[in-house]
Design a protein around this ligand. Structure first.
Ligand code: GLN
Length: 345
């Protein structure tokens, strides 16, 4: 399979994806081949700026797809836990929307992509807002909007939100959290700057702590696929039937994932892959095929932009192979949904 191969005709896509449940499914074969081939690609560097992250095995590679009707196909290290890191930003933004409502959130955090690095210290000159919730400044300001009577309650609510998306109990990796906190001077500087401009409240230090905690939540590639499928399924976890976010707010989260989710590769990602996605510095990527399912990839070596090398390649090939670009008319995603729906009738 080459990346230059044109997307197959819709009926082929439908036929392929319609057989997802079968052990002999061609989708399974495509994923297996992709996983096998990309496993051999050892380019990229594991992040080291947070000492705990440097301990990751560069060979880890898990690839999982979960559909809106709860089918899963996965290969490799899909049960290996790793810290969610920046991927949490999309989900915590959704939570802030639920807690405070759209207008109150927009007053503190913008929705404009930046061409800058995720940790840049830049605020909008007119409004003093951070540009968007997917860069650190915006994510830290977003944390300040999470409700709770005290800090432990806010942490518990956040963990519960991620639990609902994953459909299982989840935990914080304490050593990564301490490592983040100890080395997070830049993030601390941003919090102070935003406090200075009135973009964060009196409890800004607690909110920064909450940010470090959210980044240190442990998930797996399987979890990311289910989290993506939950967003694809209008906010309802397809495995548990539990609602994680209102359908109304899903579109705001997905819009930001599409325009700002992949650091300063976001534009090219939207262009080539065409799926709302978010990546994290531990090597995870979640991609959403709206109305269809979620893709979860985990592989620690990162490219120069900070995205998982194997993760970007896997999603790019899957999108091209199955015609998943969400702006393509009659995309393969629709065919997948039709095939799955037809089987349920
Ligand atoms: N914990 C990281 C930080 O704030 C999250 C960044 C990331 O995944 N890009 O530095």
């Amino acid at each position: 399979m080459s990346t230059n191969q044109p997307a197959p005709p819709i009926d082929e896509v439908g036929a392929l994806l319609g057989r997802m449940r079968s052990a002999a499914s061609p989708v399974r074969d495509v994923l297996r081949e992709l996983h096998e081939r990309l496993s051999k690609d050892d380019s990229g560097e594991v992040a080291t700026y947070i000492p705990e992250l440097a301990k990751a095995n560069p060979g880890w590679f898990g690839l999982s797809i979960c559909t809106v009707d709860g089918n899963t196909i996965e290969f490799g290290d899909v049960s290996q836990p790793f810290t969610i890191q920046s991927i949490s930003k999309a989900f915590v933004y959704g939570m802030a929307l639920e807690d405070r409502g759209l207008e109150n959130v927009l007053a503190k955090v913008g929705v404009e992509p930046t061409g800058d690095a995720f940790n840049s210290i830049v605020l909008d000159e007119i409004s003093n807002r951070p540009f968007n919730p997917m860069v650190n400044a915006g994510a830290i300001a977003t944390c300040d909007l999470i409700n709770g009577a005290d800090h432990p309650e806010r942490v518990a609510r956040m963990l519960n939100m991620i639990r609902t998306y994953c459909g299982r109990e989840i935990h914080i990796d304490h050593s990564v959290f301490l490592s983040e906190r100890m080395t997070g001077h830049r993030n601390r500087a941003m919090a102070h700057l935003m406090r200075n401009f009135g973009m964060m409240g009196e409890k800004f230090e607690e909110s920064l702590e909450l940010y470090f905690q959210q980044c240190s939540i442990l998930v797996t590639a399987s979890d990311l696929a289910v989290m993506g499928a939950t967003l694809a399924n209008a906010g309802v976890n397809p495995k548990t039937g539990e609602r994680a976010i209102s359908a109304d707010n899903v579109k705001y989260v997905l819009s930001l994932m599409l325009t700002c989710g992949m650091y300063d590769y976001a534009g090219e990602w939207a262009f080539r892959v065409g799926l709302p996605a978010k990546s994290g510095v531990a090597g995870g990527i979640v991609a959403v095929i709206p109305g269809v399912g979620g893709i979860g990839v985990f592989s620690p070596p990162l490219d120069a932009k900070g995205n998982s090398v194997r993760g970007v390649r896997a999603c790019t090939e899957l999108s091209q192979r199955f015609g998943l670009h969400c702006l393509a008319t009659g995309s393969g995603g629709n065919a997948l949904l039709e095939a799955l729906t037809a089987r349920r009738r």
